[in-house]
Ligand binder design. Structure first.
Ligand code: ADP
Length: 420
């Protein structure tokens, strides 16, 4: 194992894993810290935690447990992955976790680079931009859990750590990997422990990865991941790069489950319904205790022989509001997630082995119900969403799509990729 990654949430982990596979690394994503060593031979592992907004002490504890497991696997470099909008509070958890990992690895320097130019996240003079506006002027200023009201990442990070935070300006990045290394040495001499790094383009991220090749620890969004993979490729260490994204076909039926109500998902459901069988789940009937899941399974079983089916709770904002007024947002969400998870279990029992799941929370509920602990990451379907395969005696192919990801024909496109 060349690279060990610790991600502070599930879909962020998939995003990074997808990036590493694109760069030619055979990659597995685990859900939490596994109890046993990995049986597969891979180049990188991403441990998905749910540590973004929990208490800093707990986030540190979980991250150190992940580090311990990754080091047992023999990995040479550690990558702490957080969101490209640097989602955190003044108490953490990016600062405390970075600090604890540095301590455990015995290193006195790391970088912090959430930049992801592909998605409009760039850093200049330490200020993070989302598209054309500062982070603090973007939608992130109103985030319910991690409102980001300061775009200056040096200041944001310094508030979370006792170690000295510095800046590697664009000037050093633009001059290439050697200049970057020189700047790192100068900052180190000045006692800087964590340096925020400016980055405006994918090319910058590749240079940053190259300049940081020898650091035992990197902290970043998913963007730097591609460069890290290319470092290993350049050094001739990725002998399976050509087949890193290849997953064996899983024979069995296919189905789509959707619990996301985002704009993109509403469009994807509408697109599917134009030509393929779909069944809608009514949260109010669930709340009334009716046998909605059983009905859905009977409906699906009668159709699976003829091709894939969609079962969805997806609704437009007006409909969601009406349901939430009746049941409360939390209860409605929970009921739908549980029902879709139960349907997923039933579908797998009925022989479904290829599943597309729409919705971040929905995907979490389904993966949990199916008892999946680790996923091998395959080919990208749309940016940020790869096919994956559970690592089990009886593997299941899963495409886990959160919120606003994917083109209107995403469901059809994903399933078409399974055809020989
Ligand atoms: P996304 O990735 O788009 O945010 P999630 O699955 O994370 O999707 O979140 C959507 C939430 O909305 C889930 O908790 C889901 O159970 C809930 N939900 C789905 N359909 C409905 C509906 N018709 N009414 C109310 N809540 C719903």
């Amino acid at each position: 194992m060349l690279l060990g990654c610790i991600a502070d949430d599930f879909t962020g982990a998939t995003d990074l894993a997808n990036m590493l596979v694109r760069g030619g690394m055979r990659t597995v994503q685990t859900i939490g810290v596994p109890a046993v060593p990995l049986a597969q031979e891979v180049d990188a592992v991403v441990v998905a935690l749910k540590s973004r907004t929990i208490a800093a002490r707990e986030a540190v504890e979980q991250s150190l447990a992940a580090l311990g497991w990754l080091r047992q696997g023999g990995c040479q470099q550690i990558y702490f992955k957080y969101c490209s909008t640097f989602d955190s509070t003044p108490k953490g958890n990016i600062g405390p976790v970075s600090e604890a990992l540095m301590e455990a690895l015995g290193t006195d320097f790391t970088i912090a680079c959430p930049a992801f130019p592909e998605a409009g996240r760039t850093i200049c003079r330490g200020y993070l931009f989302v598209g054309d506006v500062l982070l603090s002027e973007s939608g992130m200023k109103d985030h319910p859990l991690t409102p980001m009201t300061d775009a200056n990442l040096v200041r944001v990070l310094q508030a979370q750590t006792l170690r000295k935070v510095g800046l590697i300006r664009y000037d050093a990045v633009a001059h290439g990997a050697a200049a970057l290394r020189g700047r790192i040495e100068a900052l180190r001499r000045d006692g800087v422990a964590i340096a925020v790094v400016d980055a405006l383009s994918d090319q910058d991220l590749l240079l940053i990865a190259q300049g940081c090749e020898d650091l035992p620890l990197l902290t970043a969004g998913s963007g730097v991941g591609l460069g890290i993979a290319l470092n290993h490729r350049r050094a001739g260490r990725l002998t399976h790069a050509a087949t890193a994204a290849a997953l064996p076909r899983v024979p069995g039926y296919a189905a789509v489950l959707s619990g996301s109500c985002s704009v993109a998902t509403n469009g994807q459901v509408a697109h599917w319904r134009q030509s393929k069988p779909a069944l809608r789940i009514d949260p109010l009937r669930l709340a009334a205790g009716q046998a909605v899941a059983e009905e859905a399974l009977n409906w699906a079983q009668a159709r699976l022989d003829a091709g894939p089916v969609l079962i969805y709770a997806t609704a437009n904002p007006r409909e969601v509001q009406a349901v939430q007024n009746e049941l409360g947002a939390e209860r409605a969400g929970h009921l739908v997630e549980q029902a879709l998870a139960q349907i997923a279990e039933g579908l797998v029992q009925a022989g479904v082995r290829n599943l597309v799941i729409a919705g971040g929370e929905t995907a979490g509920a389904v993966v949990g119900a199916l008892g999946i602990r680790a996923l091998r990451i395959g080919r990208q379907i749309d940016p940020g969403v790869p096919w994956t395969q559970s690592i089990d005696d009886e593997p299941i192919a899963l495409a886990l799509k959160s919120g606003n990801f994917g083109s209107p024909d995403f469901f059809v496109k994903a399933l078409a990729q399974l055809e020989p």
